[in-house]
Ligand binder design. Structure first.
Ligand code: GDP
Length: 304
């Protein structure tokens, strides 16, 4: 029996959501470390992907934050892909213990509102992180944004942070922790496995493409791993970047192949860091006409 008032372990799933470019990946990295911890023994109660695990404190008062992905907090559009992704995002958000909505501390934008609309109304477990607070001309400029935010949704807490400068992250974690349910840790603190590495490698390529292409492509690209040849010391990977239209191809490739090379260079570095091996990554761009509206293609890409 636990003594009343004795410290308890807390464990729960946390989703970091927000429109592109608000700093979600930077925040996740700042919270769990550059090497995102990947583990194979993820609980089967959720189909969400574990992005990283942060364990703090020591028994019996351990707190484990399990950051999970919510695929497809996409833009408003009628395409099947976006509809599906929004459905799965909604389902994912229903399963997590805490949602961290990230906006830019300088104010709400239309896309932030689109993301907010995906949230169930009046949920008590949603924390607003106002990121890039370092970019405010004066810190007090965040005050009207805090007021505006509180009017929009009954957030459990509003925390200005700077993911990049690692400011106020403890405050953010403290607010998340308050909302986590009691529970023993589900993951060993430093568990890394390779079960999902192919998938993660594809994600890294996709993420770099998205980062470098920004808003140039309405749905970014889908990435498939077409060849994976691994030895003790190195791995050779062939990754296919699938775009929707022929006209999207040159956008991804860039002048003299510069964009694609840069995507490959950045992804290769991250994959090498993740695997601790030398990586030879070859990328190529292919058109998969209409893939966003092809339910079978979606399935094969894992959106179903
Ligand atoms: P995501 O698309 O939401 O995952 O955003 P990223 O994490 O990729 O960040 C988008 C851009 O915002 C990058 O250029 C980051 O360097 C920048 N950024 C992220 N966090 C901060 C921050 O706290 N302050 C500032 N000034 N820039 C940030």
């Amino acid at each position: 029996m636990q003594e009343p008032g004795a410290p308890v372990a807390k464990t729960g799933m946390v989703a970091i959501i927000g429109r592109p470019n608000v700093g979600k990946s930077t925040l996740l990295n700042a919270l769990v470390g550059e090497r995102v911890s990947i583990t194979s023994s993820k609980p089967q109660t959720t189909r969400e992907r574990v992005l990283g695990v942060l364990t703090r404190g020591s028994p019996p008062a351990t707190t484990q934050f399990i950051f999970v992905d919510t695929p497809g907090l996409g833009r408003a559009s009628s395409s099947l892909l976006t509809r599906r992704m929004n459905q799965s995002a909604r389902a994912a958000l229903g399963e997590v213990d805490v949602i961290v909505l990230v906006i830019d501390a300088r104010g709400w934008r239309e896309h932030d509102e689109t993301v907010l609309e995906l949230l169930p109304p009046e949920r008590p477990n949603i924390v607003l992180a106002l990121n890039k607070a370092d970019a405010l001309a004066r810190y007090q400029d965040v005050l009207p944004v805090l007021q505006d935010s509180a009017r929009r949704y009954p957030f459990a807490a509003l925390v200005p942070v700077s993911a990049e400068r690692r400011k106020q992250l403890d405050e953010l974690l403290a607010e998340i922790e308050k909302l986590l349910p009691a529970g023993e840790p589900l993951f060993d603190a430093d568990q890394y496995t390779d079960r999902n590495v192919r998938f993660l490698a594809a994600e890294l390529v996709r993420e770099k493409a998205f980062r470098l292409l920004g808003d140039e492509l309405p749905y970014g690209v889908a990435v498939t791993i077409e060849r994976w040849h691994e030895t003790d010391k190195q791995v050779e990977i062939l990754a296919g970047l699938l775009v929707e239209r022929e006209s999207h191809k040159p956008i991804v490739i860039g002048a003299q192949g510069a964009k694609l090379r840069e995507i490959g260079r950045l992804a290769r570095a991250d994959i090498a860091a993740m695997l601790d091996k030398s990586v030879h990554l070859e990328t190529w761009v292919r058109v998969r006409r209409g893939w966003t509206d092809d339910a079978r293609a979606l399935k094969s890409l894992g959106y179903d």
